[in-house]
Design a protein around this ligand. Sequence first.
Ligand code: BGC
Length: 833
Amino acid sequence: MADASGTRTGHAREAAVEAALGTLDLDAKARLLAGQDMWSLPPLPEIGLASLVMSDGPIGVRGVRWTADDPSIALPSPTALAASWDPELARRAGGLLAQEARRKGVHVLLAPTVNLHRSPLGGRHFEAYSEDPYLTGEIGTGYVRGVQDGGVGTTVKHFVANDAETDRFTVDNIVAPRPLRELYLAPFEAIVANAHPWGIMAAYNQVNGSTMTEHHYLQNEVLRGEWGFDGAVVSDWLAARSTVGALLGGLDVAMPGPRTVYGEALAAAVRAGEVTESAVDDAVRRVLLLAARVGILDGAPAAVTGLPAPIDGDALAREIARRSFVLVRNEPRAHGEGAGDEAAGHPALPIDPARTGTVALSGAPARDARILGGGSAVVFPDHVVSPLDGLTAALPDGSLTYSIGADPNEELTDADTGFELTAVCRAADGRLLGTSTVPGGRVQWAGSDLPDGVTHEELHTVELTGTFTPRESGEHTFGTRGLGGFVLTVGGEILFDGTEELGAASDPFEAFFGRPVERARAQLAEGERVTVSLLHTVHKIPDAPIKAVALSLLHLGPRHDPDELIAEAVEAARTAGTAVVVVATTERVESEGFDRVNLTLPGRQDDLVRAVAAVNPNTVVVVNTGSPVELPWREDVAAVLLSWFPGQEGGAALADVLLGAAEPGGRLPTTWPVALADVPVSVTTPADGELHYSEGLFIGYRAWERSGVAPAYPFGHGLGYTGWEYETIAATTDDARVRLRNTGIREGREVVQIYLAPVDDTVERPARWLAGFASVEAGPGETVEVRIPLRRRAFEIWDEESGSWSFVPGTYEVQAGRSVADRRLTSLVDARA
Ligand code: BGC
């Protein structure tokens, strides 16, 4: 357990920090507040301070290399973790990430993301937890505790109101005080109070007219003053805009480096009398405290000394995935045409292959699994278990068929399957500087992360060279991502020779996350290896804030007639006992850097589901997306299981759940709409640079309840493999005690949700809000009782006039249920201040 300040060790740490601070000169102090490169702060050997290393991100620890040759364990997406409704599981996830961070020499994890699901179009929706601030705060608290108990720091991000991607560097989010406090700040406040994070990341965006890295009110007055946050505020990457504004606004560290608004510019500002050295000292003190906590300041006791027991990452990734899957629909099986269906009348899931015959699996993502969302959250695991792998391993031989059915990947993706490539780096005179492996054909070298012998100054060309062995015959498409010159050669023939320039309004991370560009097509034969080369002339931007080389070779296999693909899947499904269809979004749909434009499944996937369901009444659809999508066929299939982005063990977990070795444990952390048009809050595009949060308090289920439109699946919804009867509730303003009984025939786990609904409200508030939750486990027929504490804050609102929290007395219904829409028991409480 990490020790807090105020303890004897805490005092010793503070004394060591003061002593170290006292010996630093202004230049060293200013240097310490700025990245020396993409991921680290400079070491200061004169005070025994090692270089502090940071790394993304929520689902794994990428380390300082942005490529697949430094693999990391990939856990399920944050939406999945939140769907477990289990802060203890989040704590264990954090513990594993701390272990991964230590393995990679990382001291601070750039996570968790606790922005809210304001609109399902938000590009990083998959990377945040929920539309509900309380659930977000609870999961975030567990996560931060887990990471920090492993001796690794966190930067809870992105402070604050970074809930969408459109114009994210400049947008001014206009948010009134009540929603700012009651919704967007609430998870940060809870995590600061309950998990004492050692860092916070200041967001790119502005809030109410001030950019967040300079937001004196929110960073100095609210975060530090009111909440007592004693950690360091780190900028989002390239978010710091001004030297004086940022320092006075409460920003401690400007990342990345080496060119930043701090460092030399900060020392100069002090010398010019624009800021005081004591303001610099305050920031340095906080950075040294962070360094001391993570154990890299000589003489200062680290926050954690005894390390936790080792964690099996693969096993935990699988467990979290199982616990996160949300079964939103599970209708009784019909007599299919499959041989000997003895399970008719039982729910479609779990599948018992001994009684229901064969399984026909379809969907491109069943084979090429989508395990994570795009952007800075990407990590590179050393293996991935796809749904096809998982089911093949779990089902008896001969009982599984697979067909592609529909392939949503209409865009070029990484050159991985079949490619073997090396990057050869040369100087302008052709001299060989160094080489590196390039898994996935992806080069992303930033700062000092370059192959041995290579420097940014000398590097002129990078050639990705090697072979490609197609897994199918036909027309293969090749493309590139990145800026600079490209010459593409396949089988000895030059197919493209040209240059890609940076567009005027592009995101600085365009080369990393930008759209793929098609360059050429070639007819290739299955199994016949061809040589491939992509010669890249590095695009050097003078005075670029980050020195980076980013390029990718991209590929798309032969396109098939979509009708034929569907027909093949239909033929296989027609005679199977159960049809399982996996549908997904693609890397171009859910990613950092841009918002979604619709909620539809790309390509012909909806047609595939409809066609399969038309011939097999026992069709189970697995929805492999990080955030909500429209499921227009949802009432026509037997079961719908949401698997989120399930991480590297997703396919194994899917087999566990589909075949009943484990229950799907998840409940929706966010409302799933029938259609985008129904979504109460969806717009993420600013007008004249401003995005008005004019819906006020009404986002997520708070807004759905007010609009009166029924969603496809409400917040909190999710089925297990057993039934529950809610028997009794007894509530006070302090807690709710709920007794419930497992009415099914197998052991199960239930998430008991408590909503607070004011009766005859005197102030504007949602109809109800989540006030508490807890999980219970019980065997068949067993009764369990759970006590769920209620916080005083659940009865409070932010009073805009007095600028303080205000208890709202009155009568409240304390409602216990299985979702916001499925409330089983109610108890009235009379709340007095
Ligand atoms: C993202 C952050 C991330 C940082 C470093 C930024 O673009 O917004 O979430 O931690 O990059 O990769």
